[in-house]
Ligand binder design. Sequence first.
Ligand code: SF4
Length: 433
Amino acid sequence: MKKYYLETYGCQMNFAESAALENALKERGWQPSENPEEAHAIVLNTCSVRKSAEERVWGRLGFFKSTLRGKSVSLVLSGCLADHYGEEIRRRFPFVDCVAGNAEKSRLPEILDQLTENRGEIDLERSSVFAFGGNHLIPGSFKAFVPIMHGCNNFCTYCIVPYVRGREISRNPEEIINEINELTEKGVMEITLLGQNVNSYTSNKRSFAWLLKEICSFSSVKWLRFVSSHPKDLSDEIIDTMAEFPQICKSLHLPVQHGANNILSAMNRCYTKEYYLSLVSRIRRQMPEIALSTDLLVGFPGETEADLEETLQLIREVGFEDAFTYFFNPRTGTKAAEMKGQLSEEVKKERLGRVIELQRQISVWEKTKRLGQTVTVLAEEVSKKNGFEILGRTEQNSMVVFPGKSGIIGSFVRVKLLSLSGTTYRGQIDDTV
Ligand code: SF4
């Protein structure tokens, strides 16, 4: 029995692709292993978006170099790092048996078989179209990610994605709906549509809003989410569709990145702060119960104290329930890495600290407003801290802990939100839906 060991880094797209890889490997008779030293093949599905994710992989390669010396195990490095540093990896880490970029991911099961059977040369001619197919369900799970597009045409000046994932490619809608139907037949309750820029999904002139309507009309999905959105592509039609269909969760991740127009322009985000705020008003007018979350990038080259203050003001004005905050790290090959006005690590960290602290207060403030409400929660798992408590998520994507039995896991329950501990609610079951 051949065993594989898999490590996945980065975004949800990578995790969905890893789930598809695991299912395909199991169909070919492979078994997962918890221990790399017992495996016949090790796969690192990597991410290049943030420097920290890259550094972890370099560290892991160093670790494998020493621990696997003399052992008969194949090491495959796939994903964005492979696309970004392919040649360099082959040169610096010659013990890596195969460097397979995102376009080759669908061939990984075949590559692993080939490597472990004859350890011969792998023919890695780049395929221009990434195969979306595969089964993205993690066995036993009632939540699944379904990739609908990948790549990005936007070229934000700080981002490496268009260089490593390539241009946008949208998946055939019939294939998406078939996969969703298969997942719901297997008991999946919540599906998240994935793509680097899902709002610009297009297939034969059929838009993302059209796709959302098709999924809601022709599948029995209970909860539908999607990431990532780009503010410039979030059309009125998408907002109307979100408001129209109860299956679409009233929770939206809408990365703003910054609150100063000069910085947004230098980032090539193609919208202004005023546009973003008007979009938020439109969304809230249609869906007052919606929870908004965002990404905030601090310390972009040339950012002044006044620019940072505009970001803080925007955070206060919008009232995000959650935010992913990070500071600028130059990514080799992007325009922003070459820009004048690079800030010191110290300044970036200090500014990020202020953004995090404000956002923490705002998150608590926004979540407090929902206390006393009875909301629908998808029960996800038994709490690790207390076996008599269940951990779930609200439609607004907030975590909630409440007393309950493990039998309700994977189903929807009505929970009254009683208090907050940090940003996690504590609640109590009201009644089963
Ligand atoms: S929209 Fe910008 S930040 Fe997002 S993936 Fe594309 S280039 Fe990167």
